[in-house]
Design a binder for this molecule. Structure first.
Ligand code: ATP
Length: 223
């Protein structure tokens, strides 16, 4: 489904990723571990097309993403939930979800494809805590609730694969459990996922755990 080969990335003259290769198959959960600054965010951003200058190859469902801007990659079915969530904080939960549902991708494909109302019901089945909050503005929500909303909003674009950047970081344990449960339900529904995460709860359910050290995956580390 996703095949990254020989990916290197640079911020100006500073190289942040070195020849990274990985694969994520349909329905697979791959967890990306690594210390702060190891390059996890850079890798996810490079895949979605929001990162720095890159070389190497990224194929999604056999198609090269090299020349495609981020919005075109999203339209192909790649959903990205960034570390900072990027919610519209003055808008309500419902409005945040509807804004995303208007993207063309919502009609196209994916686990949550269908009408907007059906999509909403599907995201509420995954995140029941959001349903009573429909009229609440995002800025009035806790960090964990905002994280759920950010994931729900990305699901409204009907992705077939999710890239998530530290969804459990800094979140109350009870909400971490709810988030991990939702991710495991998505996996059961066939969603492919690449998730940067340090929380061991998620790694325990992963098909593979890849460790990034100073921009390199284990297989490429020099002794
Ligand atoms: P964290 O968990 O702290 O987000 P990370 O594993 O996601 O860490 P990255 O944020 O990808 O790591 O950072 C990888 C390297 O790239 C680090 O050396 C970082 O300083 C550098 N870096 C990240 N973003 C930028 C930027 N916008 N400009 C310059 N250097 C950057």
């Amino acid at each position: 489904m996703l095949e990254v080969s020989g990916l290197s990335a640079w911020y100006g003259a500073a190289q942040a990723l070195f020849d990274v290769s990985l694969r994520v198959g349909q329905g697979e959960l791959v967890v990306l571990e690594g210390l702060n600054g190891a390059g996890k965010s850079t890798l996810l951003q490079s895949i979605i097309g929001l990162g720095p200058h890159v070389s190497g190859s990224v194929l999604f469902q056999g198609q090269s993403l090299a020349t495609l801007p981020a919005h075109a990659r999203a339209r192909l079915g790649l959903g990205f939930v960034p570390e900072d969530r990027r919610l519209f904080i003055d808008l309500t939960v419902r409005e945040n979800l509807l804004v995303a549902a208007r993207l063309p991708a919502s009609q196209a494909h994916g686990v949550t494809a269908g009408s907007t109302d059906q999509q909403m019901e599907q995201v509420f089945a995954l995140f029941p805590a959001l349903k009573p909050m429909l009229k609440r503005r995002a800025l009035e929500m806790s960090g964990g609730e905002q994280q759920m909303l950010s994931m729900a909003r990305t699901l409204m674009t009907s992705p077939t694969m999710l890239l998530l950047d530290e969804p459990c970081e800094g979140i109350a344990p009870v909400l971490v459990e709810a988030i991990v449960d939702a991710l495991l339900q998505l996996k059961q529904q066939g969603m492919a996922m690449l998730i940067a995460e340090q929380n061991a709860l998620l790694a325990a359910h992963a098909d593979r755990v890849i460790t990034l050290v100073a921009g390199q995956t284990g297989a490429h580390l020099t002794p």
